[in-house]
Design a protein around this ligand. Structure first.
Ligand code: BGC
Length: 740
């Protein structure tokens, strides 16, 4: 539709209708006939409010959505179509590894592929917009939602943010916008703006207090990347940021997001966040909440009646300028237009195609490759890869048969479609012994038939499982122990104060290792865990996160060496929980810790090292890589003349593999304290045995910018160190200077 037609439409709409465009209702409100149902109507919408709604949350399925849209449009006074939005996070029916895992691939193209397949499947099932990617920088492993983020680093998060947006929406065209109406594309809503990933003490929904500089230099960059990549929508976060909840944060939403970042798309609150303005103590009632939100620049109200019951009155009373409302409504109409819904309200919803492409071979194959690329080999004392012949391996642990391995946000992934480790063993015809060994959770949760058992019976059952496991371990040459977090232990509202594996699984590890020292742990997790003891006891540790639909196949691919692991940690594994938040790019202190120096008055712990157990950027391979000394093309760079920093990387082992060459930079002297190093570039190179390649990074002035003492975002002349290597701990250093 032409822009002037949209304008005409807006002019013709009643105030009530306009407000309706800003109201998002749950798909549960639409029964077969598309009418309001009783019990689900917890928000208190009237039938009229539902009939005028602008967008729908959480409904999917081509047939259902076509039906809802048709009935809805027939009743709507201007026949304005709904937008169907929902959370397609790491895949729709074909489930990919969780986002945290995807970022460990250090391969944004992988995330783009996953997002594009997810978009294709979801679009065929009728979806128009996904609430993804989440790009909240996350440094505290206690927080359950680290699984949805790209980890601890702003640059890496930014690369994945861009990749996901482009995967869902397609790349921006010459006119700066993506073709959302194109087949198989959906709108992307980046979230949660801003700094939701920094809740105090890692506790979900908790307060965020950040200096302006930290906000700008560490937390905002990934959102900016997503906005630059053309994200259609931005979701405001639940948290307060320096005492103001985002949904009422005018400075954040209007000044920073719209003016500074130039975001012209639609904003939406998080689930019921307008109501939460009352709990935060900013609004005394829903009317005040609606006022604060609309003034702050919030377009869509997700799942409260704040807007639907109050906005019209606020305008009529003159408290809210109708022009403000019109702007918000126009943005929603423009998004509908960009999605092509005025011409084709059903977009790609197609039952036949849904049947054809959901979980098709091509998508499964992509999921299998993606999963294997996200695994991080944390330790390997020569036991991996396993031998196909002449080695008897027992597969033990509660995750061997577990099919619920797709991450907690995967509402549409189904166990029956998922390949567990045991399924993959069976499919390959690998004759082996398997044993469950223990429950998935402590207190017997996860034991079959647990509900009918009393405590003694559960103890007895647990003992029996353990004995079976020990027997299996004794009879084998090596044991693969599949341990770790169940998907329900991470995600939203899943903060944990103890980030170890469940105690019952720990007991299993101890018992098995006592009878068979050749233990390989395949570790499932939604966050970095405290695995000190586990990694001491195991001969190898392969972290597989929540690997998705093809998880079992990908795990065997890596265990048996068909695929060489190449993942690197996008978030440090702490030494213990007392160390979190721990991050490689910390600031230097006035008393920096010097490894090896025995001196009390330096920044350190008395009882644990400063170093995390496994640092950011670390991950092993089945081959070895040699990285040559870093060389700079010049020792001086200027604002106009960048330099190049290069190394040669060589595969010195016997199998093909990938190394992630990482560039870190330290600003040695500046007007404010600067991080000890920051990731500024990375390249993943696949090399055959004996093959070598030069890897070069251009170091530009732009990469050296930060928020200085005067709050200007600029670079400062002076000394810098560049480090190039295969983890954040590399000491392969070359110095240079920035001059005018
Ligand atoms: C989550 C969001 C999500 C929304 C809609 C909220 O609880 O915080 O990330 O997009 O629900 O499902």
């Amino acid at each position: 539709m032409e822009q002037n037609k949209l304008q005409e439409l807006l002019l013709d709409m009643s105030l009530k209708e306009k407000v309706g465009q800003l109201v998002q209702v749950s798909g549960f409100y639409f029964e077969e006939e598309g009418v309001l149902t009783g019990p689900e109507n917890t928000v208190g919408f009237t039938q009229e409010e539902i009939d005028l709604a602008g967008t729908v949350l959480g409904s999917i399925g081509a047939e259902r959505l076509r039906m809802i849209q048709k009935k809805f449009m027939e009743r709507h006074p201007h026949h304005i179509p709904l937008i169907f939005m929902l959370d397609i996070i790491n895949g729709y029916r074909t489930v990919f590894p969780i986002p945290l895992a995807q970022s460990c691939s250090f391969d944004p193209a992988l995330a783009k592929r996953c997002a594009s397949i997810a978009a294709k499947e979801a679009a065929a099932a009728g979806a128009h917009v996904t609430f993804s990617p989440m790009v909240d920088v996350a440094r505290d492993a206690r927080w359950g939602r680290v699984m949805e983020s790209g980890g601890e680093d702003p640059f890496l998060n930014g690369c994945f943010a861009r990749a996901c947006v482009e995967g869902y929406q397609g790349k921006k065209g010459a006119d700066g916008s993506a073709d959302l109406a194109a087949k198989g594309k959906i709108g992307s809503c980046v979230k949660h703006f801003a700094a939701y990933g920094a809740p105090e003490a890692g506790r979900e929904y908790n307060t965020v207090e950040l200096s302006e500089r930290t906000l700008r230099d560490t937390y905002l960059p990934p959102y900016r990347e997503a906005v630059d990549a053309g994200a259609s929508m931005v979701m405001a976060s639940f948290n307060t940021l320096n005492r103001v909840p985002s949904a009422a944060n005018k400075r954040l939403m209007r000044e920073i997001l719209r003016k500074e970042m130039g975001f012209g798309g639609v904003t939406i609150s998080d689930w019921a966040a307008f109501d939460e303005l009352m709990y935060h103590g900013l609004a005394g009632n829903r009317k005040e909440a609606a006022y604060l939100a609309v003034e702050a620049g919030m377009d869509i109200d997700m799942m409260t009646s704040c807007y639907s019951k109050n906005l019209e009155q606020l305008v009529r009373e003159g408290c809210v300028d109708e022009a403000l409302l019109d702007e918000a409504v126009m943005r929603v109409l423009e998004l509908k237009n960009a999605l092509g819904l005025f011409e084709n309200p059903f977009k790609d919803a197609d039952e036949l195609e849904e049947k054809e492409i959901l979980l098709c071979d091509e998508h499964r194959k992509a999921a299998r490759c993606a999963a294997a690329e996200t695994f991080v080999l944390l330790k390997n004392e020569g036991i991996l890869p396993l031998k196909r012949e002449g080695q008897k391996v027992a597969f033990i642990g509660p995750h061997v048969e577990n099919k619920s391995i797709f991450g907690v946000w995967s509402m549409f992934g189904r166990e029956e479609d998922t390949v567990s480790i045991a399924d993959a063993l069976r499919q390959r015809g690998i004759q082996t012994i398997t044993a469950k060994g223990c429950a998935m959770f402590d207190n017997g949760r996860g034991l079959e038939g647990e509900s009918g058992l009393d405590i003694d019976q559960m103890d007895e059952k647990a003992q029996r499982l353990l004995e079976e496991a020990v027997e299996a371990a004794e009879s084998a040459d090596a044991v693969v122990l599949a341990l770790g977090e169940h998907r329900l232990l991470s995600g939203e509202a899943a903060s944990r104060a103890q980030i170890t594996i469940p105690e019952c699984q720990r007991r299993l590890l101890l018992a098995v290792q006592e009878v068979n020292p050749n233990v390989v742990v395949v570790l499932f997790s939604g966050r970095p865990l405290d695995i000190r003891e586990l990694s001491e006891r195991a001969k190898a540790v392969l972290n597989v996160w929540q690997p998705g639909t093809e998880g079992g196949n990908a795990i065997l691919d890596v265990l048996y060496g068909d695929t060489n692991p190449s993942g690197k940690l996008s978030m440090s594994f702490p030494w213990c929980v007392g160390q979190v938040p721990v991050c490689y790019s910390e600031l230097s202190t006035g008393r920096p810790y010097m490894p090896g120096r025995i001196y009390k008055f330096q920044s350190q712990y008395l009882d644990i090292p400063n170093r995390p157990l496994y640092p950011f950027g670390f991950g092993m391979s089945y081959t070895d890589f040699y990285i040559s000394e870093a060389v700079a093309s010049d020792s001086v760079m200027t604002r106009k003349k960048p330099i190049t920093v290069s190394v040669t990387v060589k595969n010195t082992g016997n199998v093909k593999g990938a190394e992630v060459v990482q560039l870190y930079i330290r600003d040695c002297v500046a007007s404010v304290a600067r991080p000890v190093r920051e990731l500024k570039g990375f390249q993943k190179v696949w090399l055959e045995p004996g093959e070598e390649r030069e890897v070069s990074f251009s170091v530009t002035e732009e990469m050296l910018r930060f928020t200085g003492a005067d709050m200007e975002y600029a670079s400062e002349n002076g000394r810098f160190c560049a480090y190039v290597g295969n983890s954040s701990e590399t000491q392969n250093e070359v110095r240079f200077e920035l001059k005018n």
